[in-house]
Design a protein around this ligand. Structure first.
Ligand code: DMJ
Length: 494
């Protein structure tokens, strides 16, 4: 998964998958180094001077819901105005330097942050901002650009964003753009001999490439493609997703475990380790459950149950009373790899609860809450035996809030609101800058060293989950609403 491919490309370095660079703060460090013309406050941060003395994330007084919702909305608009002032029409803003970042391909823009924000702006009642965002997408978003783009990211961010935009605005143009992108992404699936999608495709020529496919990239399309098929009455998209699933399922081990990387052409596993729920497999499991719910397809929920049982049986690792998950060889179930866990895996607490295992979901959430209590903000990767940071970067990730939101919806317990508020306060203390919110290269030790990027997913996910928890907006159907892995409202916009 490429969260921030362009900084690497701009630096002349190869463009590694974000999922594969976990454990390294290199991306954020490069971003920091690239910051120019920083504002005085930001300059101190980028030179490594203490911007503030990082404190451990403490439990804060939970305000009344209306107050919390207003604070969340104000922070969203603070970062949105940072983007619109410095980088309007570009993929992502660099809030320290006032620059911008091309997410998918250098010299190309897909207005990523705008597409990511569409349904959040609607839910937050930012109707003027939404009208401007919609107008940009309708007038400028070009799915025909000569660009090799990352298929997984384009599906969850662009196709998903446009579908959520359609759900909230009813703009036929947004639906048409979603179809155009999907049509241009389909060759990644249809030209693959196994049906497992290639990782990249050129939008103009349709040439697909990248046969080494992380599991999440093989199986994170059915929500967007299934919904598109339903809306258009055209089965091709749903069929492509299901063919990819069948190809992977046919290669599960006798323990019903899956490997991590598969060859799209030969169908052979290139990495036999089951790493769930860590990246790069995470959303594979998420889409089986949520796709089954969204599309009413019991095959998907059946596969979710089939494949989750062995993960819990073979990969659970309880340390000091806390639940974690370790890697195993998919064939033998033998333990492999270090006792590290990625912050991205945090979403699994919510998924387990939604899938019916509330007790394990709650336990896994408590594990991550213990990490947050030990650090100023959640680090990218921890050693779960000590809770120490292995990668002390912090890329403004949404997974903890996502899990709190899911657990709150399942249980109704207010403790998840408190947890989400603590997390929000930790971000506000350490990631807020004059130009919005930014990633950090390091949040450990005596100084916070900031990077220079507001990732597109920030506008789709982090504050949306909090807003939905605190606002009780009538614009969302809390009983039936379904969100994608990128936080897109694919069902339940009102
Ligand atoms: C988001 O793009 C999505 O949530 C994706 O599934 C993985 N994580 C990133 C943000 O961390």
């Amino acid at each position: 998964m490429l969260d921030h491919p362009s900084p690497f490309a701009q630096s002349g370095l190869p463009r590694p998958s974000r999922r594969r660079m976990l454990g390294s703060a290199a991306g954020a460090a490069l971003l920091t180094a690239a910051g120019t013309a920083a504002a005085p406050a930001a300059r101190a941060a980028t030179t490594g001077e203490p911007r503030s003395t990082p404190s451990r994330s403490a439990s804060r007084t939970l305000p009344a819901d209306a107050h919390a919702a207003a604070a969340v909305r104000a922070e969203y608009l603070h970062s949105w105005h940072g983007y619109t002032a410095a980088a309007w029409g570009h993929d992502e803003v660099k809030p320290l330097s006032g620059g911008h970042n091309d997410f998918f391909a250098i010299g190309r823009t897909f207005g990523l942050s705008i597409v990511e924000a569409l349904d959040t702006l609607y839910l937050m009642g930012c109707d003027q901002e939404l009208a401007r965002a919609r107008a940009w997408v309708e007038a400028h978003l070009d799915p025909t650009q000569n660009a090799d783009i990352h298929v997984f990211e384009a599906i969850i961010r662009l196709v998903g964003g446009l579908l959520a935009g359609y759900n909230t605005t009813h703009s036929q143009v947004l639906l048409a753009r979603a179809r155009e992108f999907a049509d241009r992404l389909l060759p990644a699936f249809t030209s693959s001999p196994t049906g497992i999608p290639y990782t990249h495709v050129n939008l103009r020529t349709g040439r697909a490439h990248g046969r080494e496919v992380p599991l999440a990239e093989a199986g994170t399309s059915v929500m967007e493609f299934g919904l598109l098929s339903r809306l258009l009455g055209d089965a091709r998209y749903y069929d492509a997703s299901m063919r990819a699933y069948r190809a992977v399922l046919a290669r599960r081990s006798s323990l019903d475990l899956l490997g991590t990387v598969i060859d799209a052409e030969s169908g052979r596993w290139l990495d036999h380790t089951s790493r769930a729920p860590d990246p790069p497999v995470d959303s594979f499991y998420e889409y089986l459950w949520a796709g089954g719910r969204l599309l009413g397809d019991s095959r998907l929920t059946g596969w979710y149950r089939l494949l989750t049982k062995p993960v819990l049986a073979h990969q659970s690792d309880v340390r000091g009373g806390r639940l974690w998950f370790h890697g195993v060889d998919a064939a033998s179930g033998a333990r492999t790899g270090p006792t590290y866990q990625s912050e991205l895996a945090c979403f699994y607490a919510g998924l387990l609860a939604k899938g019916g295992d509330v007790s394990r979901g709650a336990a896994y959430f408590r594990s991550w809450s213990a990490v947050l209590a030990r650090h100023p903000v959640l680090p990218e990767t921890v050693d779960y035996t000590t809770l120490a940071a292995v990668d002390s970067g912090s890329e403004l990730r949404p997974e903890y809030a996502n899990a709190a939101f899911d657990l709150w919806r399942v249980t109704g317990e207010s403790g998840y609101k408190q947890a989400a508020w603590n997390w929000f306060e930790s971000l506000r203390s350490h990631h807020r800058v004059a130009g919005g919110y930014t990633i950090a290269a390091s949040v450990d030790g005596s100084a916070v060293r900031l990077g220079d990027l507001t990732p597109g997913y920030w506008f789709a996910e982090n504050l949306k989950y909090l807003w939905l928890m605190f606002s009780r907006t009538p614009r969302f159907d809390y009983r039936n609403g379904i969100l994608s892995t990128e936080g897109k409202v694919l069902a339940g916009a009102r």
